[in-house]
Design a protein around this ligand. Sequence first.
Ligand SMILES: Cc1ncc(COP(=O)(O)O)c(C=O)c1O
Length: 343
Amino acid sequence: MNIPKIYAKEVQKKPIDLSLSENPLGCSPLVVKMLRKITMKDISRYPDTGKLIQKIAKRFKIGKEEVVLGNGSEQLIKLIAQTFLQANDVALIQRGSFGVFTKECLLAEAKVKFFRPDKATDVGNAKLLFICNPNNPTGEVLDLTVIEKIARKASNSIVVIDEAIGEFTKDTFITKALKTKNCLVLRTFSKAFGLAGIRIGFVVGPENLIDKLGVAQQPFPVSEVACKLALSALEDEVFLNKTINFIKKERSFLISELKKRKLCPSDSITNNIFVETPLADKLIPKLNRLGVSIVPASGFPGMKKPGFRICIKDEKTNRLFISQLDKALSCIRSKNLVTSKKI
Ligand SMILES: Cc1ncc(COP(=O)(O)O)c(C=O)c1O
């Protein structure tokens, strides 16, 4: 299997950009206020992560020793793969999900196999499993009991549950993961908290696994500025709720518009929607020419459905997308009509 190209770097940026999952409302005003208070000391000294780890531990009612910070959750995915995989180990990865799981397991020289967590009857001899909940690109969630079952079946393996877009649901596997010896949960400040440019995320799990990750992690993976801004983000529940409500409103607008056009949007609860359509091969280049950036299904290793992912943006961008979609569809559908009439 070839190392997949990661869409964040591959997709061309167009004026109507729905390609990357970022917060369309920006970030909390408390974060901006804190940014203005950054001093020379914050920059000239090595970072102290204590306060942030304490705040995370309090938020999720866990111990400080059950958290490791990372330079974005992408860096933690690399750390997990490098720490727990050896050449020729098997890594089981959710089919049609975030490409970095596959990339990092292949870079660790593991053999990658895809699986569907909702249909997993056997986890074989997998050393490491990656589940994305809610899933990127569909924004669909698995019942936590499904993940619990997999964790039990895979008791000799390490199961990673990526909850990068977890703020859009109240469900989290964190408490359950801490009762196991083999489950890790990944979270990030890049999505609902709106700190994608700052690069900070964390992994939570039982001490036996967190200790190993702590040893393997760099001494200073995150900056003092990132820690201070993440702390401020955690203090602003109002902004978080505003984001969740805004995304909910725009998601129902986009889903209903997509359905009116006979496209098949996923049952998302997040800011990502996967649009399934057999027209994808024609529609994506047409939309690109009309100034729209989206991520094709091929950006999600193992994905079998034809289609593309959109990320919910501000109201103006979402409506511009629908109007360009109409132009692209009418062009494709009228051409199809002419061809079928010729036949
Ligand atoms: C499922 C998933 N995990 C991890 C990430 C990476 O997040 P971070 O910005 O924390 O590296 C993303 C970003 O799109 C994601 O969708």
